[in-house]
Design a protein around this ligand. Structure first.
Ligand code: AMP
Ligand code: ZN
Length: 500
């Protein structure tokens, strides 16, 4: 592949920038996770899938990825779309709702929705993060961070809590563009005014509240942390003071990410993240999702309620690049099902061909390798999933157009499906053993390659025969030729036998 630069649209500089890990070949990536007061909806998953695709693309480049995606289980308030934290805690409100009646307390509610969330995450075949920290399990670090911000003159205590002093941080507004006083005042115009605050845009780091359902003791009495400080603390705790990349949905640019930047940079004096990406909101049937409009879907509504294939739902949700508007419809899901089915047909055809081990050339390998490269190139171009999926589908056409696959073709097709699955996650679930690593199929594949090598030798194509030997050697498989045929052994001691 010619250009292996990973380009992303950076919402801080508003330009395409190359993602270059500070530590070569090791990406440090934070993606804001869900607030677990209810089941996650398919819009949330559009955003989480963007993060998943970043991880998969980085891995395809051979990078190691430290990937942190948190769970917010306290402190996200109903009015948090404004700079200040106001309103009720979403967790507490959920407990008091009709659905909340089945929970004994707010902790049970948080656990239930956090578990359900991870279940949905795996159903849609997202890679597990390296760490999935919970805000409630990082309370001490948050309190210490708030103390430090006070000590550095960036925060102050009032009778209601501890607030970040926006005027003390000259760069406030650099992500969202809410920089000058007019913009800032417009952005926070609906904030419930707290006379103790120095500026309406100052935001809560700690809320004093002795009646809150989830509370901790702090130097400022009983209370709970602000939503923004949670993410700053968890990101820096696991990834260091400067991340390579930070992601979230478009609504998080302001105030959540703006506030994360202010707190983190005020604490460390270093840039908080090198790049920022934000996923455009998913709409359903042309409108913003809302329970009242009947167009609001959780993953389980579709998978359990409407029998949708989870891989098809995944395919549908990534079918439009993350930075583009996306109107999800039931037709999108039906089209995705048809496409996912093509990959299944390929899997079946390849598994059968691997066992049959028919002799013959590898007529499709170079074409499939080129299509994989084009799919990866599309992903490197700001996660252009529509092109990446189109290239993957073209590969299925190549595999399915052959009436019968030779053993050699089957090996190439298997490699294509494995690599497309690693990149896009649409062929099979990660939890299912990939065909090439299940012992039985793997043995059949090796034997097919040995048969192919014997055929190449018989046809005096020694370059091809040596190529197969080298490919197997690279996988740790040694061949021994004898008058009775060729045997093979894995260097790790697993042995097998193949007829010549
Ligand atoms: P929340 O659970 O509200 O904290 O949201 C979790 C993530 O989902 C955040 O990154 C949000 O920006 C994102 N999100 C919420 N609604 C949508 C939507 N309709 N489309 C895409 N992302 C969304
Ligand atoms: Zn966050």
């Amino acid at each position: 592949m010619s250009d292996r630069r990973f380009m992303l649209y950076d919402t801080m500089s508003k330009s395409m920038r190359e993602l270059v890990p500070q530590e070569s070949g090791h990406l440090k990536f934070y993606s804001c996770g869900p607030t677990v007061y209810s089941y996650a909806h398919i819009g949330n998953f559009r955003t989480f899938l963007t993060a998943d695709l970043v991880v998969r693309t980085a891995e395809a480049l051979g990078w190691q990825v430290s990937y942190v995606s948190n769970i917010t289980d306290v402190g996200h308030l109903t009015e948090d779309s404004l700079a200040d934290a106001e309103g009720e805690d979403k967790m507490a409100r959920a407990l008091q709702s009709k659905e909340g009646e089945r929970f004994a307390n707010v902790w049970d509610l948080a656990d239930h929705y956090a578990d359900a969330f991870v279940e949905d995450w795996r159903r849609l075949n997202l890679r597990d993060p390296s760490v999935r920290p919970k805000a409630t399990q990082h309370m001490r670090e948050q309190i210490v961070a708030v103390q430090e911000l006070i000590a550095k003159g960036h925060a102050y205590e009032t009778p209601t809590g501890v607030y970040f002093n926006v005027a003390s941080f000259g760069d406030y507004g650099k992500l969202s563009g809410n920089r000058d006083q007019d913009d800032l005042m417009r952005a926070v115009r609906d904030v419930v005014q707290d006379d103790n605050k120095r500026h309406p845009a100052d935001f809560a780091l700690w809320k004093k509240d002795e009646k809150h359902l989830m509370q901790w003791f702090s130097p400022w009495g009983w209370g709970f942390p602000g939503w923004h400080i949670e993410c700053s603390v968890m990101a820096m705790r696991y990834l260091g003071e400067t991340l390579d990349l930070h992601a979230g949905g478009e609504d998080l640019r302001f105030p959540h990410h703006e506030c994360e930047i202010a707190q983190s940079e005020a604490l460390t004096g270093k840039p908080f993240s090198k790049l920022w990406i934000h996923t455009r909101f998913l709409q359903v049937e042309g409108e913003k999702m809302a329970k009242s409009k009947g167009n609001f879907f959780t993953v389980r509504d579709l998978v359990e309620g409407k029998n949708a294939d989870p891989l098809a739902l995944r395919y549908a949700l990534i079918s439009v690049p993350y930075g583009k508007p996306f109107n999800f419809t039931m037709q999108t899901l039906r089209d995705a099902s048809t496409n996912v089915e093509r990959f299944r047909l390929c899997e079946e055809k390849v598994a059968a061909a691997v066992s049959a081990a028919r002799p013959g050339d590898d007529a499709i390998g170079p074409e499939l390798d080129a299509l994989y490269d084009e799919s990866l190139s599309a992903m490197l171009n700001d996660l252009n999933t529509s092109v990446a999926l189109a290239k993957a589908l073209e590969g299925t056409r190549v595999i399915l157009r052959e009436a019968e696959l030779s053993g050699a073709c089957a090996v190439s097709a298997q490699r294509f499906l494995d690599r497309i699955n690693a990149l896009l996650g649409i062929v099979r679930h990660e939890a299912d053993a990939p065909a090439s690593t299940s012992p039985k199929v793997d043995e059949a594949r090796i034997e097919a390659m040995i048969a192919e090598r014997a055929a190449a030798k018989a046809g005096k194509d020694f370059a091809r025969a040596d190529g197969i030997r080298d490919q197997l050697a690279a996988e740790g498989i040694e061949l021994r030729d004898s008058p009775e045929g060729t045997t093979w052994r894995r260097r790790a001691s697993l042995e097998g036998h193949a007829p010549s």
